[in-house]
Design a protein around this ligand. Structure first.
Ligand code: FE2
Ligand code: FE2
Length: 231
């Protein structure tokens, strides 16, 4: 299924793409919804259906661009959603990755320090990611709030450098995967390593989709504020 519409059932969505489980969870949508449709579940949880569809479809389909929906919800809704995603990364995904990495290092039977190098690389990536998140929370999001409230575009916000930053953070996680898949001697417990890798793949996907929401939904909305202001 390429695009979800409001008539689809919650089950269809999860069955088609289980990566969306944490995505809908951030909206407060849990399991146990019987045969309810997306429209019904949004009404029950007081969620703007256009906003919900824009987010799940952007996650689900790389080529999707929510042109029609963009005007029907506020950038503040996206900011609130993005903050929840950041919390999911810092409170759940990163600790989970670290626990697995620790287990992996403990399982290594060799004397080499190859996994220590991986660990150092991971912590470098983590600190860059946390810095990126911090800048969004402390600089970008407050600016968005200001723009939405004053209806003026802030010249201090450089959209192009903001977009570039995403690709920089993305490439680091890819390097980490490459190191493990290509170069590390498998003297560790392989099942733990596979689990670590699968978690890393999932995390990479989530974080890329998250950046796409920032680039394809939030930024166009800010450009729209700029356009309206210049009219
Ligand atoms: Fe973010
Ligand atoms: Fe970001």
């Amino acid at each position: 299924m390429d695009i979800f519409v409001k008539e689809h059932k919650v089950f269809d969505l999860i069955n088609n793409n289980y990566h969306l489980l944490p995505v809908i969870n951030r909206f407060g949508v849990n399991l146990g919804n019987k045969d309810k449709t997306l429209n019904e579940i949004c009404k029950i949880n007081d969620i703007n259906i256009d906003f919900f569809l824009a987010i799940v479809n952007t996650y689900n389909n790389k080529d999707y661009f929510p042109e029609k929906e963009l005007k029907s919800f506020s950038p503040l809704m996206i900011v609130k959603y993005l903050k929840k995603t950041h919390t999911y990364y810092t409170n759940y995904m990163l600790p989970k990755l670290e626990k697995l990495l620790h287990k992996l290092i403990e399982s290594d039977s060799s004397d080499s320090n190859q996994l220590i190098v991986i660990e150092q690389f991971y912590f470098k990536y983590k600190s860059e990611l946390l810095l990126h998140i911090k800048e969004e929370e402390e600089k970008v999001f407050p600016l968005v709030e200001k723009m939405v409230n004053n209806k003026t575009y802030d010249a201090g916000f450089n959209i192009h450098s903001y977009e570039k930053e995403h690709s920089d953070v993305d490439s680091k996680i890819n390097d980490l995967k490459n190191l493990i898949i290509k170069y590390i001697e498998p003297t560790y417990d392989e099942n733990i390593c596979y689990e670590f890798l699968v978690t890393l793949f999932r995390f990479e996907k989530d974080i890329n989709d998250h950046a796409r929401i920032e680039d394809n939904i939030l930024i166009p909305q800010l450009l729209e504020i700029e356009r309206a202001q210049n009219e």
